[in-house]
Design a protein around this ligand. Structure first.
Ligand SMILES: [Zn+2]
Length: 421
């Protein structure tokens, strides 16, 4: 897995988690602001529109709703002023007064800004008793991007399969001459020329593949299809960029090459494509299980052993279940700076925070804590990047993902074996 795909798996996880959190948020009135900004919209343009909305909001009859809506709009405008321009894919904001989870009588202003993973399709401003999440939800739907090279000795097509859609990106011709020798040419010379032509052609195919699948689309899997043996010859010849070689999940026999061959690949390679979302994950979990089942294997699991290994910088890959639902609570003594840390299940988070706030400091004896909590996955992401380890979020849908949960939902593939294990 490349660095980019890991990064995006973590980013997607964060967005999905936020979506789950925001799904249940309700305002007291119609006072929660949702804003979707499509690419290339100037910041001042959006601020001007929000200023109009601010004016319109002065007609709201309820004092509390009016002040909450205007407060949220003011807050968003201030945040947007920090931008010269929005990110490439546009911008998304959710903002408004919501009951605090710690004390529902208390309302606090929440503000979330999101750099969208795909281009925002349309401008949307809504003020409602809930946030409008559907557009963002659509963007983070699991959609494996599969590259296809459909190749024979006459042409090669490059395509992308997204879900059940297929896009032909480019088709190149081979320039390889006919299989049949012209009269008067020696057989050996003919063979040599033809081999050279094929070799040049395969190199060109590999160059196009690298540009399209790595620079342009950053695919996660590659299928090579086509009639005859050219697809295998091309793959086995070692022409492909090593990253694409690693992503290759299989060959599909088709009647045609080129554009038609790409469309055929979607029909004939269905099973291969359906499974591949889980293939990467299964490989990882298998590697973990293999190590975990050996007597001196390079794996530990469970929260405490895993954290110990990570803090000792002895982690190659950290695996964590997407629904581990665990938080790190950090209480810092305001008098002496002592830090108390606990890891708790999401269901007990506020209970534990409240009880930690009432403990006496073991160092200075005072009870004056600053209590914060962090999602375990964010905490692990920070630790992982500080020691150069990979962090992999394991879904819970697959069989291997379920199996992994039996190990406490967290495990580490170690860099080296320690004495005491
Ligand atoms: Zn203290």
């Amino acid at each position: 897995m490349s660095l980019e795909t890991e990064k995006s798996s973590l980013e997607l996880y964060r967005i999905r988690r936020l979506l789950m959190e925001l799904q249940n948020v309700r305002g007291r009135g119609t006072e929660l602001v949702t804003l979707y900004v499509p690419p290339k919209r100037p910041v001042y343009d959006v601020i001007n529109q929000l200023r109009d909305e601010y004016g319109t909001a002065s007609n709201i009859k309820s004092d509390q709703t009016r002040s909450h809506v205007q407060g949220a709009l003011m807050h968003i405008m201030q945040k947007l002023k920090l931008y010269k321009q929005f990110p490439e894919n546009g911008f998304i904001v959710f903002c408004g007064y919501t009951p605090s989870p710690e004390n529902p009588a208390d309302e606090t202003l929440v503000y979330y800004e999101i750099n969208p993973p795909k281009p925002v399709p349309t401008y949307l401003y809504r003020c409602d008793d809930h946030f409008h999440l559907d557009i963002l939800e659509e963007m983070v739907k699991e959609e494996a991007l599969v590259g296809v090279i459909s190749i024979d000795l006459s042409e090669a097509g490059f395509g992308i399969i997204m879900g059940d859609r297929v896009e032909v990106v480019e088709v190149i011709t081979s320039g390889v001459g006919s299989k049949h020798r012209q009269g008067g040419q020696s057989a050996r010379r003919f063979e040599r020329i033809r081999e050279n032509e094929i070799n040049d052609y395969f190199h060109r195919v590999a160059e196009h593949a690298k540009r399209i699948f790595i620079d342009q689309y950053s695919i996660k899997s590659l299928i090579i299809s086509g009639p005859g043996m050219a697809k295998e010859d091309f793959f086995k010849g070692g022409y492909l960029d090593y990253r694409l070689e690693k992503m290759t999940i299989g060959f599909v026999d088709t009647g045609y090459s080129g554009a038609e061959g790409i469309r055929e690949t979607l029909e004939r390679g269905g099973e291969l494509i359906e499974n591949l979302r889980l293939v990467e994950e299964r490989r990882l979990v298998e590697r973990f299980l293999q190590e975990a089942s050996k007597k001196d294997g390079l794996a530990v699991y469970g929260l405490e052993p895993s954290l110990k290994a990570i803090k000792a910088a002895n982690a190659d890959t950290i695996l964590v279940s997407e629904d581990i639902n665990t938080f790190r609570v950090e209480a810092t003594c305001r008098s002496c700076g002592y830090v108390n840390e606990k890891f708790v299940d999401g269901s007990k988070l506020y209970e534990v925070k409240a009880s930690m706030a009432q403990e006496a400091c073991p160092v200075c004896g005072k009870t004056n804590w600053d209590v914060k909590h962090f999602d375990l996955v964010d905490y692990l992401a920070d630790l992982a990047s500080s020691i150069g380890a990979k962090l992999e979020i394991i879904s819970s849908k697959s069989e291997s993902g379920q199996m992994f949960k039996n190990f406490g939902g967290i495990g580490v593939i170690l860099r080296y074996r320690t004495q005491q294990g």
